[in-house]
Ligand binder design. Structure first.
Ligand SMILES: Nc1ncnc2c1ncn2[C@@H]1O[C@H](COP(=O)(O)OP(=O)(O)OP(=O)(O)O)[C@@H](O)[C@H]1O
Ligand SMILES: [Mg+2]
Length: 438
């Protein structure tokens, strides 16, 4: 399992090691320059001292101490201008002759030396020092700094570990409070004193909790409504069954049985509509993947399916202009929408009436679906309410569950479509649905 703490620790320590590396190299380079200047100055000072030493030859023989062979020693030679040796700090290692005054570099044996030459009218002084002495000192200094910084890494690791742990505390607090919560508590998490990095996550979580609460409330209301609405038709079915039981002759029994069958059909239709509503309610389900579909083709299919119903009532069902315009939709939902609108138009239109439907170009490149009939229409005052669940207009002898238009409205919301009810030219209702452009 990945741990933010471990990952941060790893990254920060890696960055620290890289920083120590860079600091070491930079210190080495800077120290090298400064040591060069210092050693050059030292060489010059020694040379000047020897140039003015009244009796340089007395120094001869004093260079036999234990440090005589050290690499970082300064080797000096004093000669007369004619070349006679007056003094040599290391006679076994004669310095090159004929070098110009000032600084120069050259190998003596296997070692490279930095040499300074100075002279006056009487003497010529030459001092030399191995270049490796300078490089070693610079490297030593850089390494000392590197070790000191590296020594700090374990201390920093502990501090980072503690700091990250402290920084993560708000997250741990949220986790604890969510863990001990009861499943039905959907109160938002407190948003005060939250670090900037965690606030968006808590806000998103609270938003989700809010939507979850709404969905649960919708589901709860739906279950209560469904139970309530089912009670009446089921009670009627029970009563009709009792009438069948008590019927004394065949005619009476047949009549009661017909009523019982009607009651069962209505209950089954109600259950079917309830299931459709719960299946298509955007608040109770995840959004369906939408594809480009031809509305005209689906309209044709639905009209063919419902033709027997229209024929039985002598209703003339025709298609108006049907343009081949595609919409982005879930095919199954659109079929349910078309079925409900056409079913309403056929069922609420009296015998020998007319139903017409079509697909045309809507505003701003949208697609307009319309269904018109020659029925009684819906009074303007009720045109909003008919979209409510279980709402039915009074005064109609047609049976129904009052869920069709609620289902249609849900489907419209899911497709960002807009539905309006108006008057048709045939005197009945005209339902218009505007689908947004593809
Ligand atoms: N084309 C129409 N003409 C006249 N009235 C209509 C028309 N369509 C719907 N209505 C009225 O709107 C009400 C609600 O319609 P809706 O389709 O939601 O329910 P329903 O038809 O009663 O039942 P369901 O469709 O669930 O079987 C209906 O009861 C009816 O009074
Ligand atoms: Mg209906």
């Amino acid at each position: 399992m990945t741990s933010i703490r471990n990952r941060l620790l790893l990254w920060l320590l890696s960055a620290l090691v890289v920083a120590v590396g860079i600091a070491t190299v930079a210190t080495g380079i800077r120290a090298d320059h400064q040591i060069d200047d210092l050693f050059d100055y030292q060489l010059k000072q020694v040379a000047i001292l020897l140039l003015h030493e009244p009796r340089p030859n007395v120094l001869e023989g004093e260079n036999t101490g234990p440090s005589a062979d050290r690499d970082d020693d300064i080797i000096a030679e004093v000669r007369t201008v004619k070349g006679r040796l007056l003094y040599a700090s290391r006679p076994a290692l004669p310095l090159p002759q004929g070098l110009p005054s000032g600084y120069s570099e050259m190998p003596i044996g296997k070692t490279r030396y930095r040499i300074y030459v100075t002279r006056n009218h009487y003497r010529r002084v030459e001092v030399a020092q191995a270049i490796s002495a300078r490089e070693e000192l610079a490297a030593d200094m850089a390494m000392q700094i590197a070790w000191q910084l590296l020594g700090l890494i374990p201390v920093l690791a502990v501090l980072i570990w503690i700091a990250v742990g402290k920084g993560m505390q708000p997250l741990a607090k949220i986790t604890r409070s969510l863990k001990i919560r009861d499943s039905y508590v959907l109160d938002p998490l407190p948003e005060v004193d939250l670090p900037q990095e965690i606030r968006p996550m808590v806000e998103a979580l609270n938003d989700l909790l809010k939507r979850l609460g709404e969905a649960l409330e919708t589901q709860r209301r739906f279950t209560a409504d469904a139970a309530h609405e089912l009670r009446t038709p089921l009670a009627a079915v029970q009563l009709q069954a009792q009438i069948v039981e008590r019927a004394t002759d065949d005619r009476e029994r047949r009549q009661a049985l017909t009523q019982l069958k009607g009651g069962i059909r209505r209950s089954a239709h109600l259950v079917q509509q309830l299931l459709t509503l719960s299946r298509l309610d955007p608040k109770m389900r995840s959004r369906q993947a939408k594809t480009s579909i031809g509305l005209g083709k689906l309209l044709h299919r639905c009209m063919t399916d419902l033709a027997p119903l229209a024929d039985a009532k002598g209703i003339e069902m025709t298609r108006g202009e049907v343009l081949p315009l595609p919409i982005l939709a879930d095919e199954e939902s659109i079929l349910v929408l078309l079925n409900n609108l056409l079913d309403n138009a056929i069922r609420y239109t009296p015998k020998d009436g007319k139903v017409e439907a079509g697909v045309s170009q809507g505003d701003r490149n949208g697609v307009l679906l319309w269904v018109a009939d020659s029925g009684p229409g819906i009074p303007e005052t009720e045109r909003e309410r008919v979209f409510d669940r279980f709402y039915r207009c009074l005064g109609s002898s047609v049976t129904g569950s009052g869920l069709g238009l609620a289902i249609v409205k849900n489907i419209c919301e899911d497709h960002h479509a807009c539905i309006t009810l108006g008057d048709s030219a045939m005197g009945g209702l005209r339902v218009s649905v505007w689908f947004p452009p593809l």
